[in-house]
Design a protein around this ligand. Structure first.
Ligand SMILES: [Cu+2]
Length: 181
């Protein structure tokens, strides 16, 4: 009988140790980890403040980012026709211009974006901007990580205009629409 009691109490002790260690584990993992919460909040805050700032930009002031993941952070821009548009492209990554350069080229209506993207590859010495600019409304400089460029242009005709990054291999992913109304 004594033996059984001892075994039972040992089992009980083992069980309670297991429960304690389970609690410890759940405290230290996932959402209850204070560090993880802080990291999540920071990332969300950055995203939220970016969206708020963008929503509060004056008419025809546009901001867009390119990153080391070979993407623009947004693929749709909106502006009003007949008034100057200011567009700022920021490369928020760390990669060099030679490894992961980004620009933004806005094309005239009726331009084949894929054909233009392929043609631009031939102009490495001109930062991938074709020397014949007849299909281009406006373009930024080619940027490396941490750099930005702001350009100003006016589009008089309402419509939807393609934009792209002409760095080799980028235009398939890095493209979007500028809607002018
Ligand atoms: Cu790019």
């Amino acid at each position: 009988m004594k033996k059984i009691t001892k075994i039972l109490s040992l089992l009980a002790l083992g069980l309670s140790m297991t429960i304690i260690s389970c609690n410890k584990n759940s405290e230290n993992s996932g959402k209850s980890d204070p560090l993880a919460i802080a990291a999540n909040t920071t990332a969300e805050d950055i995203q939220k403040s970016k969206e708020e700032r963008r929503a509060n930009l004056p008419e025809n002031v546009l901001e867009i980012e390119g990153a080391d993941n070979m993407q623009y952070d947004i693929t749709e821009l909106k502006a009003k026709a007949g008034k100057p548009i200011t567009l700022k492209l920021t490369h928020v990554g760390k990669a060099s211009k030679a490894d992961m350069g980004h620009n933004l080229v806005i094309l005239k209506s009726g331009t084949d974006i894929d054909a233009f993207g392929r043609e631009a590859l031939k102009f490495a010495s001109n930062d991938y901007i074709p020397t014949d600019t007849s299909k281009i409304i406006a373009h930024t400089k080619l940027l490396g990580g941490g750099e930005s460029d702001t350009i100003t242009f006016t589009i008089n005709e309402k419509g939807t205009y393609d934009f792209l990054c002409t760095f080799p291999g980028h235009h398939v992913l890095m493209r979007g629409k500028l809607i002018v109304d």
